[in-house]
Write a protein that binds this ligand. Structure first.
Ligand code: B16
Ligand code: MG
Length: 213
């Protein structure tokens, strides 16, 4: 019997590698505005919403941008990103993702999704896994992006549970902070030296074992 009643998953970088598509789309934008951009800087964008990510990139550009220009740039990035995710199939699920979702439900727990991406529903449909979640937070209703705890707290509310009854799973530094500040136990997916606030760190969902947390 698990001590939790639900597991709330992040999407990008945990269930599927849309993090790579975000990287490609932001990289093209950064190159166009003369902002330096590499994998290491990209880590800081993971889990951060679209306009927040854009601000971080433009802070590295040689000139300032008007609000109108920023909206146009964000829109162009999103259109590029949507072109990239339109090619996704269930084959783009990361190793262990389906098994982890199945194991959680088989243990009698609920499943939730906490992605700040406004494209999350499209990605879930492309992957064919929308039905595997008892609740999906609609990013359009979230005022504060990760690392703020709002999205994980909202997932718990939608499930009718207290935060301490939920386990959160995240690949991003900002996402782990969101889980911890929501008062949940955090499983980080990635490297322990990066995800320093996570209670447990696994390299991928293939290593997800509910009984260990
Ligand atoms: P969109 P997550 C986040 O999703 C990504 O990690 C982040 O890189 C992206 O900027 C953000 O979604 C917004 O995505 O532009 O599609 O609304 O990690 O919370 O699943
Ligand atoms: Mg993520």
């Amino acid at each position: 019997m698990s001590k939790y009643k639900a597991v709330i998953f992040d999407l990008d970088g945990v269930i599927t590698d849309t993090a790579h598509y975000h990287y490609l789309a932001w990289k093209r934008l950064a190159d166009a505005v003369g902002a330096s951009f590499d994998e290491e800087f990209n880590e800081q964008l993971k889990g951060v919403d679209r306009m927040g990510s854009l601000e971080l990139i433009l802070a590295r550009a040689p000139r300032g941008f008007s609000e109108e220009e920023k909206l146009a740039l964000a829109d162009a990035k999103n259109r590029h990103y949507q072109e990239l995710i339109a090619t996704m199939t269930p084959g783009d699920l990361l190793p262990g993702a389906l098994d982890a979702l199945d194991a959680v439900r088989a243990a009698g727990l609920k499943t939730g999704l906490a992605s700040v991406s406004k494209n999350a529903f499209t990605v879930l449909d492309r992957l064919g896994i929308r039905e595997r979640f008892d609740t999906v937070v609609d990013a359009a209703t979230i005022r504060n992006s990760k690392p703020h705890p709002e999205i994980f707290l909202t997932a718990a509310v939608q499930l009718g549970l207290e935060p301490q009854d939920c386990l959160g799973v995240e690949d991003a530094v900002a996402g782990v902070a969101s889980i911890k500040d929501a008062g949940m136990v955090a499983v980080g997916v990635g490297r322990p030296e990066v995800l320093t606030r996570a209670d447990h760190v696994i390299p991928s969902l293939s290593a997800f074992r509910l009984e260990d947390y």
